[in-house]
Design a protein around this ligand. Structure first.
Ligand code: ADP
Ligand code: F6P
Length: 324
């Protein structure tokens, strides 16, 4: 049943992602343009439970579209995973007149939105994560900036790796998903790309590749390793011992989450933010916004959370032939 709302709140939750500010800006301005009051909640569900919130005007989101991080701050909140925490969150929403909430984050954050919707608060999720690991959408806000940041860092490691004729293992983020590794591995011409979805302890295969590539005259060997596999430093030690080729590990870490968002992240952030505000203003609840086959779409949260996503087989197969 659609329910008319008066006040839209917005929060960011889970890991921050470049482009979240564009999404916040769009939620605020589009909701105000639709005649709603808007409240910004600080520090995700933790801030909701602590009642850290204030009214937002269009001027409160001036000069943020180009900034990394999230002006609303973000947090992970264990208490909100409990029914008591969720009851308290819904009660606080009612106390402050919040009848609609936009949650910008990943799958975990959607579960919080699902719980609030079950308690009578209209909620809409927006995919905000660098990991691209949300099944109901082809795009998640932050991915493009993160892979470009990682790619530029890998290019730099490649210079020193070639100069020293070394093997380099570069570990990128992505939690249990390999999308960041796949994209920046292809874009930086890596010899091996290790994805959690495809990895079956193939270290001997990598060792053989390194030895064969040396014979073919390659002066470096770049291995992009996904965080979901990890252990890059010990892997480097084993590879060096087995091949005799000097091997170094670099873990890129949090730099991948920061920085000014690319045009793509600002654009998708803006459109998805506006779309989420429109859904709430149309009385919808328990939906998540996605981008599928060139269109903005929305799904029921239960349905979205049940969807599965995998590395496209063709793309993975192509990576093999481009590194010979
Ligand atoms: P992401 O949203 O990026 O997947 P997390 O999985 O860390 O990140 O989730 C972010 C926050 O969402 C958690 O810290 C918690 O507050 C909330 N959350 C996660 N899972 C649940 C759940 N099962 N029920 C309610 N809230 C949840
Ligand atoms: O989800 C984004 C992400 O950066 C993942 O790639 C990574 O596994 C995780 O967050 C790290 O989380 P935290 O900020 O809690 O260390």
């Amino acid at each position: 049943m659609d329910k008319e709302i008066n006040t839209v709140a917005v929060l960011t939750s889970g890991g921050d992602a470049p482009g979240m500010n564009a999404a916040i800006r769009a939620v605020v301005r589009r909701s105000i343009a639709n005649g709603k009051r808007v409240i910004g909640i600080q520090k995700g569900y933790q801030g909701l439970l602590n009642e850290e919130m204030s009214d937002m005007s269009p001027r409160d989101v001036s000069d943020i579209i180009q900034k990394g991080g999230t002006i609303l701050r973000t947090a992970r909140c264990e208490e909100f995973k409990t029914p008591e925490g969720q009851d308290k969150g819904a009660e606080i929403c009612r106390k402050h007149g919040i009848d609609g909430l936009v949650v910008i984050g990943g799958d975990g954050s959607y579960r919080g939105a699902q719980a609030l919707a079950a308690r009578g608060i209209n909620t809409i999720g927006i995919p905000g994560t660098i990991d691209l690991d949300i099944a109901c959408t082809d795009y998640t806000i932050g991915f493009d900036t993160a892979v470009n940041t990682a790619m530029e860092a890998i290019d730099k490691v490649r210079d020193t790796s070639s100069s020293h004729e070394r093997c380099s293992i570069i570990e990128v983020m992505g939690r249990n998903a390999g999308y960041i590794a796949l994209w920046c591995g292809v874009a930086s011409g890596a010899e091996d790309i290790l994805l959690p979805e495809k990895y079956e302890f193939k270290e001997q295969e990598i060792i053989n590749n390194i030895i064969n590539n040396r014979k073919r005259g390659k002066t470096h060997h770049l291995i992009i390793n996904a965080e979901g596999i990890g252990h890059s430093t010990s892997m480097a030690r084993r590879i060096e011992a087995a091949t005799g080729v000097e091997t170094r590990a670099t873990i890129l870490g949090y730099m991948q989450r920061g920085g000014s968002p690319t045009c793509k992240d600002r654009y998708y952030g803006s459109m998805m933010g506006a779309y989420a505000a429109d859904l709430l203003c149309a009385g919808k609840s328990k939906r998540v916004v996605g981008y599928k086959h060139g269109e903005y779409v929305d799904f029921d949260i239960d349905e979205a959370l049940a969807m599965q996503k995998d590395i496209p087989e063709y793309e993975y197969e192509v990576t093999k032939s481009l590194s010979i």
